[in-house]
Design a binder for this molecule. Structure first.
Ligand code: ADP
Ligand code: MG
Length: 258
């Protein structure tokens, strides 16, 4: 299983939207896909139609009580897409795990020898705390959604610093598969300028596929559906399909399913 963490310590940059729709696109192309919700807000879980009342087990159980991963994963209504949901008690996990041995490796340990999925997306919370650290330690690679706005690059340098520390201390093989520009608005010149600056600064790391600001993407979660299912022909869905194609092309060949 190849593990892709979707992280950016800023809130509202499109992490959850990217996690849901990229995961859905890959499931639709035949990848057995696991979505791990690591944000106590549980937006990824709700966004694929799993209401809080139906989350019997969660990422909290895996991290804090070390309940077996297979026991906690549930099916979603989307074929090929399974979920490890999040519940609000996850917000206490950061504190509960303080002083616990292997606290940053709980998720990696849970993934060890996991069969049954080809790819896993981890939707991280908007911070660089212990939950995101668990994701970065468990991940093969990182996908960073970057909102096209003025301070985008400033936040990114902090994230890249954290990645470097994780590489040095915990996970030397952690890669960065790419940066995805989100909420792009063609009519806004500042957005355009930021996108140009980001490309100039990060070069090929930036995916060619750009996610536009698109109201269908923001409506879909309230229906409990990925945008790709809610309206597969809207510009947002098409952009996420293009992103997923590009992502697959960037994954290490030996890990790409036939
Ligand atoms: P994060 O997980 O980083 O906090 P979200 O994916 O939850 O970000 O996005 C924040 C808000 O913006 C949500 O209400 C979401 O529906 C909306 N949103 C995300 N991406 C887009 C987009 N490309 N166009 C329009 N709305 C978007
Ligand atoms: Mg989110």
């Amino acid at each position: 299983m190849i593990v892709i963490a979707i992280a950016n310590q800023k809130g509202g940059v499109g992490k959850t939207t990217t996690a849901i729709n990229t995961a859905t696109a890959m499931a639709a192309s035949g990848w057995r896909t696991l979505l791990v919700d690591l944000d106590p807000q549980g937006n990824a879980s709700t966004g694929i139609g799993v209401a809080a009342a139906n989350r019997d087990f969660s990422s909290y159980d895996v991290l804090v009580d070390q309940v077996a991963l297979d026991h906690c994963i549930m099916r979603s209504t989307i074929p090929g897409l399974d979920l490890l949901p999040a519940t609000v008690d996850l917000s206490g996990a950061e504190v509960e795990l303080v002083g616990v041995e292997n606290r940053s490796h709980r998720l990696r340990d849970a993934f060890a020898d996991h069969k049954g999925h080809d790819v896993c997306f981890i939707d991280c919370p908007p911070s660089l705390g212990l939950l995101t650290l668990n994701a970065l330690c468990a991940a093969d690679t990182l996908l960073v959604p970057l909102q096209c706005e003025f301070f985008a690059l400033e936040g990114l340098s902090q994230l890249l610093q954290t990645v470097e520390q994780v590489q040095q201390r915990f996970n030397p093989d952690l890669g960065i598969v790419g940066v995805a520009l989100t909420m792009f608005d063609r009519r806004n010149r500042l957005t355009d300028q930021v996108a140009d600056d980001v490309r100039e600064c990060l070069g090929d790391l930036v995916f060619d596929a750009v996610i536009p600001r698109n109201v269908r993407l923001s409506e879909a979660p309230s229906h409990g559906l990925p945008a790709l299912v809610y309206d597969h022909s809207c510009t947002g869905s098409k952009a996420y399909m293009a992103l997923a194609r590009e992502l697959i092309g960037r994954l290490p060949a030996q890990q790409v399913a036939a």
